[in-house]
Design a binder for this molecule. Sequence first.
Ligand SMILES: Cc1ncc(COP(=O)(O)O)c(C=O)c1O
Length: 385
Amino acid sequence: MSSRLAHVHPFHVMAILARAQQLAAAGHDVIHMEVGEPDFPTPAPIVEAGRQALADGKTFYTPALGIPALREAIAAFYQQRYGVTVSPRRIAVTTGASGALLLTLSALLAAGDSVLLPDPTYPCNRHLVSLLDAEPLSVAVGPDTQYQLNAQHIAAHWQANTVAAMIASPANPTGTLISPTELAALYGAVKAQGRQLIVDEIYHGLTYGMDATTALACADDIWVINSFSKYFQMTGWRLGWLVIPEAYIDAVERVAQNVFLSAPTPAQYAALAAFTPQTIALLEERRQVFHQRRDVLLAAFSEIGFRFPTQPQGAFYAYADVSDLCDNSATLAANLLEHTHVALTPGKDFGQHGATQHLRLAYTCDEARIRQAAARIGEYLQRQR
Ligand SMILES: Cc1ncc(COP(=O)(O)O)c(C=O)c1O
């Protein structure tokens, strides 16, 4: 086995998920708030376009960067939604944001380089950097910066071998955004080092009471990652995209040709139906549902002693400080699963900073289930006192 796998860790939540499935198989009513995917099915127009693509024999490889019609549709989406002009040449259609992250890091990193990341963060980012024999440099972030990296972090933590800084907005596990002003300062600090900024916008569209601005409105040489998984509710179709800075199009195309050949063909044709007014109207209704769930969750869990140091504004996660309730959030998560049958994700999946004090709650189940989860946990905590 490759020695680099020493730095590629499994998700701890998978153990929670496996135990939750065992409990469910034994007849228990498990409430799933650990899963990082929407509970809604893919919108019908997208499914229908996928079905049609299969019927039409769209089962062959496509160009490595995707079918031209989808690259154009994504570029048009930037114009419509954000008023930002992006050439379709700069769009790479990928196997989810995961594929886009791998292409980006493969195009930028050499062995021995390093990448600045916030802690907590989406854990795969660290692991992908390690897979490329580079070093993830985690910077502890907290509610004071909305759990985001800022220009001061860049100045304080940048090393001679650092080639990029990487953030997500809205972020996983915290659901927090970086403001356009902070992003401009962050970009300025990274460019002062002459290096690259990567912004993962996978949770765009899932923001509540506000719209997010794409990082491309700040500068067109930022690497922007997005996906059909979350807002478009297509996790299993494995489709996402990357907006490539002009100077790197050939580099990314070469990596894509070698690593993936192309993204899934039926999924690419299906995604052409993702931007129609009919689909967007449905997605916007579902966004309102997530908004209400977030509010219900924050109220119900605050009442039982979970603390939310900052209001999550996007994604479908809340990152709760449970240090008033336990010494170790991983033990608490395991106990809650056993005794209340509510599955939550321990902070240690997302890094080390404050990891034992936090749990991630995903509002990927309906309001009634969220209330039920809080009630069960509240009773359990009472019994422990
Ligand atoms: C921040 C972030 N980036 C990327 C991904 C990967 O998503 P996908 O490959 O399904 O597009 C996820 C999945 O949860 C995520 O939370």
